[in-house]
Design a protein. Sequence first.
Length: 400
Amino acid sequence: MPSEAYIYDAVRTPRGRGKSSGALYTTRPIDLLTQALVGLRGRTGIDRADDVVIGCVTQTGEQGGCLARFAALQSGLDVDSPGVMVNRFCASGLDAVNHAAVMVASGHFDTVIAGGVESMSRVEMGSDGGAIWDARTQWAVGSVPQGVSADLLATLHGVSRAEVDAFAIESHRRACDAQANGYFGKGLIPVRDESGLVVLDRDETPRADTTMEALAKLKPSFEVMGRQFGLDTLVRRAYPNVERIDHIHHAGNSSGIVDGAAAVLIASRAAGDALGLRPRARIRSMAVVGDEPFVMLTGPLPATRKALKKAGMGPHDIDHYEVNEAFAVVPIVFQRTFDIDPARINPIGGAIALGHPLGATGAMLVSVALDNLERTGGATALLTLCVGGGMGIATILERV
Protein backbone atom coordinates (compact mmCIF):
# COMPACT_ATOMS: atom_id res chain seq x y z
CA MET A 1 0.00 0.00 0.00
CA PRO A 2 1.33 3.49 -0.78
CA SER A 3 2.23 5.62 2.21
CA GLU A 4 2.38 9.34 2.78
CA ALA A 5 5.47 11.47 2.24
CA TYR A 6 6.54 13.76 5.07
CA ILE A 7 8.90 16.71 5.12
CA TYR A 8 11.23 16.49 8.11
CA ASP A 9 13.32 19.56 7.43
CA ALA A 10 14.18 22.09 4.73
CA VAL A 11 17.15 24.44 4.50
CA ARG A 12 18.50 26.89 1.99
CA THR A 13 21.49 29.09 1.44
CA PRO A 14 21.11 32.86 1.16
CA ARG A 15 20.64 34.11 -2.38
CA GLY A 16 23.65 36.03 -3.69
CA ARG A 17 23.62 38.51 -6.54
CA GLY A 18 24.21 36.56 -9.76
CA LYS A 19 27.12 38.66 -11.01
CA SER A 20 30.88 38.62 -10.66
CA SER A 21 30.39 41.28 -7.97
CA GLY A 22 28.01 39.03 -6.01
CA ALA A 23 29.05 37.51 -2.71
CA LEU A 24 28.68 33.91 -3.94
CA TYR A 25 30.57 34.34 -7.20
CA THR A 26 33.67 32.66 -5.73
CA THR A 27 31.65 29.66 -4.50
CA ARG A 28 31.35 26.78 -6.97
CA PRO A 29 27.90 25.28 -7.60
CA ILE A 30 28.94 21.95 -6.09
CA ASP A 31 30.04 23.75 -2.94
CA LEU A 32 26.74 25.64 -2.69
CA LEU A 33 24.83 22.37 -2.92
CA THR A 34 27.24 20.59 -0.60
CA GLN A 35 26.78 23.22 2.09
CA ALA A 36 23.00 22.91 1.85
CA LEU A 37 23.32 19.14 2.26
CA VAL A 38 25.73 19.54 5.17
CA GLY A 39 23.29 21.94 6.80
CA LEU A 40 20.44 19.46 6.38
CA ARG A 41 22.58 16.65 7.80
CA GLY A 42 23.56 18.76 10.78
CA ARG A 43 19.94 19.50 11.63
CA THR A 44 18.54 15.99 11.08
CA GLY A 45 21.46 13.63 11.71
CA ILE A 46 20.80 11.77 8.48
CA ASP A 47 23.89 9.98 7.17
CA ARG A 48 22.49 8.19 4.14
CA ALA A 49 19.58 8.52 1.70
CA ASP A 50 17.94 6.15 -0.73
CA ASP A 51 18.42 8.88 -3.33
CA VAL A 52 19.40 12.53 -3.68
CA VAL A 53 17.23 14.29 -6.29
CA ILE A 54 18.46 17.74 -7.29
CA GLY A 55 17.00 20.33 -9.65
CA CYS A 56 19.26 22.42 -11.85
CA VAL A 57 18.43 24.22 -15.09
CA THR A 58 21.72 25.09 -16.76
CA GLN A 59 23.45 21.72 -16.56
CA THR A 60 26.70 22.51 -18.28
CA GLY A 61 30.22 23.50 -17.27
CA GLU A 62 30.52 23.54 -13.48
CA GLN A 63 26.88 22.44 -13.27
CA GLY A 64 27.32 19.58 -15.72
CA GLY A 65 27.50 15.90 -14.90
CA CYS A 66 25.58 14.43 -11.99
CA LEU A 67 26.18 17.17 -9.45
CA ALA A 68 23.79 15.47 -7.02
CA ARG A 69 26.02 12.41 -6.62
CA PHE A 70 29.25 14.30 -6.12
CA ALA A 71 27.72 16.83 -3.73
CA ALA A 72 26.27 13.92 -1.74
CA LEU A 73 29.73 12.40 -1.45
CA GLN A 74 31.35 15.74 -0.65
CA SER A 75 28.77 16.42 2.07
CA GLY A 76 29.71 13.25 3.93
CA LEU A 77 26.62 11.22 3.11
CA ASP A 78 27.33 7.51 3.04
CA VAL A 79 28.84 6.19 -0.18
CA ASP A 80 25.69 4.17 -0.93
CA SER A 81 23.64 7.38 -1.29
CA PRO A 82 23.08 7.83 -5.07
CA GLY A 83 22.09 11.03 -6.86
CA VAL A 84 20.17 12.22 -9.89
CA MET A 85 19.52 15.57 -11.59
CA VAL A 86 16.18 16.86 -12.90
CA ASN A 87 15.40 19.78 -15.19
CA ARG A 88 11.94 21.24 -15.58
CA PHE A 89 13.26 24.75 -16.14
CA CYS A 90 12.15 27.12 -13.35
CA ALA A 91 10.19 24.36 -11.60
CA SER A 92 13.21 22.07 -11.23
CA GLY A 93 13.65 22.52 -7.48
CA LEU A 94 9.98 21.89 -6.68
CA ASP A 95 9.89 19.08 -9.24
CA ALA A 96 12.76 17.45 -7.34
CA VAL A 97 10.70 17.70 -4.13
CA ASN A 98 7.68 16.17 -5.86
CA HIS A 99 9.80 13.39 -7.35
CA ALA A 100 11.14 12.59 -3.90
CA ALA A 101 7.64 12.61 -2.40
CA VAL A 102 6.33 10.21 -5.03
CA MET A 103 9.31 7.90 -4.47
CA VAL A 104 8.65 7.79 -0.73
CA ALA A 105 4.87 7.49 -1.09
CA SER A 106 5.35 4.53 -3.43
CA GLY A 107 6.80 2.54 -0.56
CA HIS A 108 9.93 1.66 -2.54
CA PHE A 109 12.05 4.39 -0.90
CA ASP A 110 12.28 5.34 2.76
CA THR A 111 14.38 8.52 2.80
CA VAL A 112 15.03 10.84 -0.13
CA ILE A 113 16.80 14.18 -0.08
CA ALA A 114 15.48 16.67 -2.64
CA GLY A 115 16.76 20.11 -3.50
CA GLY A 116 18.17 22.39 -6.13
CA VAL A 117 21.15 24.50 -7.07
CA GLU A 118 21.93 27.28 -9.53
CA SER A 119 25.00 29.49 -9.72
CA MET A 120 23.89 32.08 -12.22
CA SER A 121 27.01 34.17 -11.70
CA ARG A 122 29.33 31.32 -12.72
CA VAL A 123 27.17 29.40 -15.21
CA GLU A 124 25.36 31.82 -17.49
CA MET A 125 21.68 31.22 -18.15
CA GLY A 126 21.25 29.76 -21.63
CA SER A 127 24.82 28.50 -21.92
CA ASP A 128 23.52 24.95 -22.15
CA GLY A 129 21.79 25.77 -25.46
CA GLY A 130 18.87 23.61 -26.50
CA ALA A 131 15.52 24.06 -28.16
CA ILE A 132 14.28 26.75 -25.79
CA TRP A 133 16.99 29.08 -27.14
CA ASP A 134 16.48 28.08 -30.79
CA ALA A 135 14.39 30.71 -32.63
CA ARG A 136 13.50 28.26 -35.41
CA THR A 137 12.07 25.79 -32.91
CA GLN A 138 10.22 28.54 -31.08
CA TRP A 139 8.53 29.64 -34.27
CA ALA A 140 7.68 26.04 -35.15
CA VAL A 141 5.99 25.18 -31.85
CA GLY A 142 4.56 28.62 -31.12
CA SER A 143 6.70 29.89 -28.27
CA VAL A 144 8.49 33.12 -27.42
CA PRO A 145 10.92 34.25 -24.72
CA GLN A 146 9.28 34.55 -21.32
CA GLY A 147 9.66 38.33 -21.11
CA VAL A 148 7.51 38.75 -24.22
CA SER A 149 5.01 36.30 -22.72
CA ALA A 150 4.91 38.36 -19.53
CA ASP A 151 4.06 41.50 -21.48
CA LEU A 152 1.44 39.58 -23.48
CA LEU A 153 -0.13 38.30 -20.27
CA ALA A 154 -0.25 41.82 -18.87
CA THR A 155 -1.84 43.12 -22.07
CA LEU A 156 -4.49 40.38 -22.07
CA HIS A 157 -5.43 41.08 -18.45
CA GLY A 158 -5.17 44.85 -18.55
CA VAL A 159 -2.31 45.03 -16.04
CA SER A 160 -0.54 48.39 -16.18
CA ARG A 161 3.08 49.46 -15.75
CA ALA A 162 2.10 51.24 -12.55
CA GLU A 163 0.61 48.03 -11.13
CA VAL A 164 3.64 45.84 -11.82
CA ASP A 165 6.00 48.50 -10.47
CA ALA A 166 3.92 48.88 -7.31
CA PHE A 167 3.95 45.11 -6.87
CA ALA A 168 7.75 45.10 -7.16
CA ILE A 169 8.07 47.74 -4.45
CA GLU A 170 5.84 45.72 -2.15
CA SER A 171 7.95 42.59 -2.78
CA HIS A 172 11.05 44.47 -1.62
CA ARG A 173 9.22 45.96 1.36
CA ARG A 174 8.03 42.56 2.54
CA ALA A 175 11.44 40.94 2.04
CA CYS A 176 13.25 43.72 3.87
CA ASP A 177 10.74 43.54 6.71
CA ALA A 178 11.24 39.76 6.92
CA GLN A 179 15.01 40.20 7.05
CA ALA A 180 14.79 42.86 9.74
CA ASN A 181 12.56 40.66 11.89
CA GLY A 182 14.52 37.43 11.37
CA TYR A 183 11.72 35.58 9.57
CA PHE A 184 14.21 33.80 7.28
CA GLY A 185 16.51 32.73 10.07
CA LYS A 186 15.26 29.22 10.80
CA GLY A 187 15.85 27.70 7.39
CA LEU A 188 18.86 29.77 6.37
CA ILE A 189 22.30 28.10 6.20
CA PRO A 190 25.20 30.59 5.85
CA VAL A 191 27.66 29.97 3.03
CA ARG A 192 31.28 29.67 4.13
CA ASP A 193 34.59 29.64 2.30
CA GLU A 194 37.22 26.91 2.51
CA SER A 195 38.63 28.36 5.72
CA GLY A 196 35.21 28.36 7.37
CA LEU A 197 34.65 32.10 7.24
CA VAL A 198 31.12 33.28 6.43
CA VAL A 199 30.79 34.50 2.84
CA LEU A 200 27.07 35.32 2.98
CA ASP A 201 24.48 34.86 5.71
CA ARG A 202 21.52 36.85 4.34
CA ASP A 203 19.82 37.34 0.99
CA GLU A 204 21.78 39.94 -0.92
CA THR A 205 19.28 41.60 -3.26
CA PRO A 206 16.30 43.06 -1.30
CA ARG A 207 16.39 46.87 -1.48
CA ALA A 208 14.56 49.04 0.99
CA ASP A 209 15.14 52.13 -1.16
CA THR A 210 13.15 50.94 -4.21
CA THR A 211 10.70 53.65 -5.32
CA MET A 212 8.17 54.22 -8.07
CA GLU A 213 10.31 57.11 -9.33
CA ALA A 214 13.38 54.89 -9.64
CA LEU A 215 11.48 52.10 -11.39
CA ALA A 216 9.86 54.57 -13.79
CA LYS A 217 13.31 55.35 -15.20
CA LEU A 218 13.88 51.75 -16.32
CA LYS A 219 13.14 50.98 -19.95
CA PRO A 220 11.06 47.89 -20.85
CA SER A 221 13.45 44.98 -21.29
CA PHE A 222 11.54 43.11 -24.01
CA GLU A 223 10.19 45.86 -26.26
CA VAL A 224 13.01 45.68 -28.82
CA MET A 225 12.85 41.89 -28.85
CA GLY A 226 9.12 41.94 -29.42
CA ARG A 227 8.74 44.77 -31.92
CA GLN A 228 11.97 44.76 -33.90
CA PHE A 229 12.67 41.02 -33.92
CA GLY A 230 9.15 40.13 -35.03
CA LEU A 231 8.04 38.27 -31.91
CA ASP A 232 5.04 40.53 -31.34
CA THR A 233 3.88 39.69 -34.86
CA LEU A 234 4.26 35.98 -34.13
CA VAL A 235 2.24 36.30 -30.94
CA ARG A 236 -0.56 38.19 -32.68
CA ARG A 237 -1.05 35.26 -35.05
CA ALA A 238 -2.22 33.27 -32.03
CA TYR A 239 -3.94 36.25 -30.39
CA PRO A 240 -5.41 38.29 -33.26
CA ASN A 241 -7.50 40.28 -30.77
CA VAL A 242 -4.28 41.84 -29.44
CA GLU A 243 -3.60 44.88 -31.60
CA ARG A 244 -0.45 45.90 -29.74
CA ILE A 245 1.48 44.33 -26.87
CA ASP A 246 2.14 46.76 -24.05
CA HIS A 247 5.73 46.10 -22.95
CA ILE A 248 5.87 46.93 -19.25
CA HIS A 249 8.34 44.51 -17.64
CA HIS A 250 11.92 45.44 -16.88
CA ALA A 251 14.72 44.42 -14.52
CA GLY A 252 13.04 46.10 -11.57
CA ASN A 253 9.73 44.21 -11.75
CA SER A 254 11.11 40.84 -12.86
CA SER A 255 12.88 38.15 -10.87
CA GLY A 256 16.49 38.80 -9.95
CA ILE A 257 19.41 36.72 -11.23
CA VAL A 258 21.02 35.10 -8.18
CA ASP A 259 22.98 32.11 -6.87
CA GLY A 260 21.76 29.63 -4.26
CA ALA A 261 20.96 26.08 -3.20
CA ALA A 262 18.44 24.23 -1.05
CA ALA A 263 17.90 20.78 0.46
CA VAL A 264 14.78 19.07 1.81
CA LEU A 265 14.52 15.77 3.71
CA ILE A 266 11.49 13.72 2.70
CA ALA A 267 10.79 10.37 4.32
CA SER A 268 8.12 7.94 5.39
CA ARG A 269 6.76 8.18 8.93
CA ALA A 270 8.51 4.94 9.89
CA ALA A 271 11.86 6.15 8.55
CA GLY A 272 11.47 9.46 10.36
CA ASP A 273 10.66 7.66 13.61
CA ALA A 274 13.77 5.50 13.17
CA LEU A 275 15.84 8.68 12.87
CA GLY A 276 14.19 10.14 15.95
CA LEU A 277 12.68 13.00 13.95
CA ARG A 278 9.28 14.66 13.99
CA PRO A 279 7.78 15.65 10.64
CA ARG A 280 7.17 19.31 9.97
CA ALA A 281 4.63 18.76 7.18
CA ARG A 282 3.19 16.26 4.78
CA ILE A 283 2.77 16.69 1.07
CA ARG A 284 -0.96 16.69 0.58
CA SER A 285 -1.10 16.93 -3.21
CA MET A 286 0.88 17.97 -6.25
CA ALA A 287 0.31 18.69 -9.92
CA VAL A 288 2.23 19.49 -13.07
CA VAL A 289 0.56 20.67 -16.28
CA GLY A 290 1.25 21.80 -19.81
CA ASP A 291 -0.23 25.10 -20.93
CA GLU A 292 -0.39 27.33 -24.00
CA PRO A 293 3.25 28.13 -24.94
CA PHE A 294 2.77 31.69 -26.21
CA VAL A 295 1.31 33.14 -23.05
CA MET A 296 3.28 30.47 -21.17
CA LEU A 297 3.22 32.04 -17.70
CA THR A 298 -0.37 31.07 -16.85
CA GLY A 299 0.72 27.53 -15.95
CA PRO A 300 0.28 28.15 -12.20
CA LEU A 301 -3.48 28.61 -12.74
CA PRO A 302 -4.36 25.10 -14.03
CA ALA A 303 -1.66 23.53 -11.86
CA THR A 304 -3.21 25.12 -8.77
CA ARG A 305 -6.72 24.05 -9.76
CA LYS A 306 -5.50 20.49 -10.25
CA ALA A 307 -3.60 20.37 -6.95
CA LEU A 308 -6.55 21.85 -5.04
CA LYS A 309 -8.96 19.36 -6.61
CA LYS A 310 -6.72 16.43 -5.71
CA ALA A 311 -6.55 17.69 -2.12
CA GLY A 312 -10.31 18.28 -1.92
CA MET A 313 -9.68 21.96 -1.17
CA GLY A 314 -10.64 25.36 -2.47
CA PRO A 315 -8.44 28.46 -2.96
CA HIS A 316 -9.53 29.96 0.36
CA ASP A 317 -8.50 26.85 2.30
CA ILE A 318 -4.83 27.78 1.79
CA ASP A 319 -3.18 29.93 4.45
CA HIS A 320 0.04 30.78 2.62
CA TYR A 321 0.74 31.01 -1.11
CA GLU A 322 4.16 31.12 -2.72
CA VAL A 323 3.64 32.20 -6.34
CA ASN A 324 7.04 32.60 -7.94
CA GLU A 325 7.58 36.18 -9.05
CA ALA A 326 9.21 35.36 -12.36
CA PHE A 327 7.54 38.58 -13.52
CA ALA A 328 5.22 40.78 -11.47
CA VAL A 329 2.25 40.05 -13.71
CA VAL A 330 2.27 36.34 -12.73
CA PRO A 331 1.21 36.71 -9.07
CA ILE A 332 -1.03 39.67 -9.98
CA VAL A 333 -3.06 37.56 -12.42
CA PHE A 334 -2.99 34.63 -9.99
CA GLN A 335 -4.43 36.78 -7.22
CA ARG A 336 -7.17 38.15 -9.46
CA THR A 337 -8.10 34.73 -10.85
CA PHE A 338 -8.57 33.05 -7.48
CA ASP A 339 -9.74 36.18 -5.62
CA ILE A 340 -7.21 35.65 -2.83
CA ASP A 341 -6.28 38.19 -0.19
CA PRO A 342 -3.00 39.68 -1.50
CA ALA A 343 -1.56 39.41 2.03
CA ARG A 344 -1.58 35.62 1.66
CA ILE A 345 0.57 35.64 -1.48
CA ASN A 346 4.33 35.85 -0.94
CA PRO A 347 3.80 37.48 2.47
CA ILE A 348 7.53 37.77 3.16
CA GLY A 349 8.64 38.78 -0.32
CA GLY A 350 9.29 36.95 -3.54
CA ALA A 351 11.73 36.53 -6.39
CA ILE A 352 11.57 40.17 -7.50
CA ALA A 353 13.23 41.14 -4.23
CA LEU A 354 14.98 37.91 -3.26
CA GLY A 355 15.97 36.56 -6.68
CA HIS A 356 15.25 33.40 -8.64
CA PRO A 357 18.13 30.87 -8.72
CA LEU A 358 16.39 28.86 -11.42
CA GLY A 359 16.92 25.24 -10.37
CA ALA A 360 16.85 25.95 -6.64
CA THR A 361 13.87 28.30 -6.23
CA GLY A 362 11.14 25.68 -5.91
CA ALA A 363 13.00 23.81 -3.17
CA MET A 364 13.79 27.10 -1.41
CA LEU A 365 10.09 27.91 -1.28
CA VAL A 366 9.51 24.79 0.83
CA SER A 367 11.78 26.19 3.54
CA VAL A 368 10.29 29.69 3.29
CA ALA A 369 6.69 28.44 3.45
CA LEU A 370 7.25 26.02 6.33
CA ASP A 371 9.06 28.61 8.42
CA ASN A 372 6.31 31.15 7.85
CA LEU A 373 3.50 28.68 8.59
CA GLU A 374 5.12 27.77 11.88
CA ARG A 375 5.71 31.42 12.74
CA THR A 376 2.12 32.46 12.01
CA GLY A 377 0.32 29.29 13.09
CA GLY A 378 -0.94 28.57 9.58
CA ALA A 379 -1.81 25.04 8.48
CA THR A 380 -1.45 24.87 4.71
CA ALA A 381 0.70 26.31 1.95
CA LEU A 382 0.54 26.09 -1.81
CA LEU A 383 3.71 26.57 -3.84
CA THR A 384 3.52 27.22 -7.57
CA LEU A 385 5.82 28.32 -10.38
CA CYS A 386 5.38 29.12 -14.05
CA VAL A 387 7.67 27.10 -16.31
CA GLY A 388 9.36 27.67 -19.66
CA GLY A 389 7.71 26.16 -22.71
CA GLY A 390 4.24 26.60 -21.24
CA MET A 391 4.06 24.46 -18.09
CA GLY A 392 3.07 24.90 -14.48
CA ILE A 393 3.65 23.14 -11.17
CA ALA A 394 1.93 23.27 -7.78
CA THR A 395 2.42 21.50 -4.46
CA ILE A 396 0.29 21.69 -1.32
CA LEU A 397 1.96 21.28 2.08
CA GLU A 398 0.08 20.65 5.32
CA ARG A 399 1.71 21.15 8.69
CA VAL A 400 1.78 18.12 10.97
